[in-house]
Ligand binder design. Structure first.
Ligand SMILES: [Zn+2]
Length: 313
């Protein structure tokens, strides 16, 4: 079991009424099992070739509308591979809506399978293409959350980012929204207009279960619940159900926060000493601490297949 109870660390008793009141207030604020904070962040897309369920522009508008309705500021870590003006316009809409844009490389290579020099060139191509976009932020997210299979690559790219005045955009809660979305899209391709609520409900259960798992890792590795950063993607399932995702977390006692606010948690400046490097920052810290039973990769479609196979196809 990775989850464990938070130890009661009330501190030494003080002979002071005011301090006692403060202590009670602190205890009331810290004690609930609920009270976790989580920010939504998005990778990839807009995928201009995929119009199943919703056309690319409609997906983009739906995600932005639901973020705006919830008054949430998020970040889209986008790849820049071409100069498609229609795609650029959708990316630009994020900044115009008060959201941020981050660098996710030009062609989405894995640093575990790419040489450092090639990876740096890919990063620079995206930086060049994105830096004039409204809302651009010097923040980088590794494709596939893979941060290098050797110490030379891992440390080399960390130094490279420092030299470019970039920060990373780690995640604390990893999940497989991309797979749930692909399976939902397969159903809609087969049966346009089909009922999708079973997919929505399975998706919400998956996100909550993963968030609770990583919150347990946080308490195990750090002794506290960090300001979480959830990895989502610019895809159909979030275009359709982002409002439900937000509502589900709120109903479970979680507070939705802005991504920049979450990234201020000091956990995201930590640099775990693991190889291959990457995955959720909490997974990597747990790995570094010798926590047993961690699966690798931490998230994958293979873990979700049976759940989705059981739904109407
Ligand atoms: Zn990606």
């Amino acid at each position: 079991m990775l989850r464990r109870a938070v130890p009661v660390t009330a501190g030494a008793p003080r002979r002071c009424f005011v301090a006692a009141l403060a202590l009670i207030a602190t205890t009331l604020w810290v004690a609930p099992a609920h009270g976790q904070r989580i920010a939504l962040t998005f990778d990839d897309g807009p995928d201009m070739a995929n119009a199943i369920g919703l056309a690319p522009a409609a997906r983009n508008a739906a995600i932005l509308r639901q973020l705006n309705d919830a008054q949430l500021r998020s970040i889209l870590f986008v790849t820049r591979t071409d100069a498609d003006p229609n795609r650029n316009e959708l990316i630009r809409q994020w900044g115009q809506a008060g959201q941020q844009i981050g660098n996710h490389t030009a062609t989405h290579p894995s640093l575990n399978e790419t040489g450092l020099a090639d990876f740096e060139r890919d990063f620079l191509a995206a930086d060049q293409a994105l830096r004039e976009m409204p809302g651009f932020s010097r923040r980088f997210r590794f494709p596939y959350l893979k941060e290098g299979d050797t110490a030379a690559k891992r440390n080399g790219f960390r130094a490279f980012l420092d030299a470019k005045s970039y920060k990373t955009g780690p995640v604390s809660v990893d999940a497989s929204d991309w797979y749930y979305s692909a399976r939902l899209a397969a159903r809609l391709k087969q049966h346009p207009g089909a009922d999708t609520l079973a997919y929505r409900d399975a998706y919400l259960r998956h996100l909550l279960e993963r968030a609770q798992y990583y919150d347990g890792l946080s308490r195990t590795a750090l002794g506290r619940s960090v300001a979480h950063v959830l990895l989502l993607h610019h895809n159909l399932i979030n275009a359709l159900f982002l409002k439900d995702v937000i509502g589900m977390f709120e109903a479970k006692g979680w507070t939705l926060i802005d991504s920049e606010s979450a990234f201020r948690d000091p956990v995201y400046a930590m640099r775990p000493d693991t190889l291959p490097a990457g995955e959720s920052i909490l997974w990597a810290l747990a790995k570094q601490n010798g926590v047993a039973g961690l699966r690798y990769p931490a998230e994958d479609d293979r873990y979700e297949k049976a759940i989705l196979d059981a739904l109407p196809q």
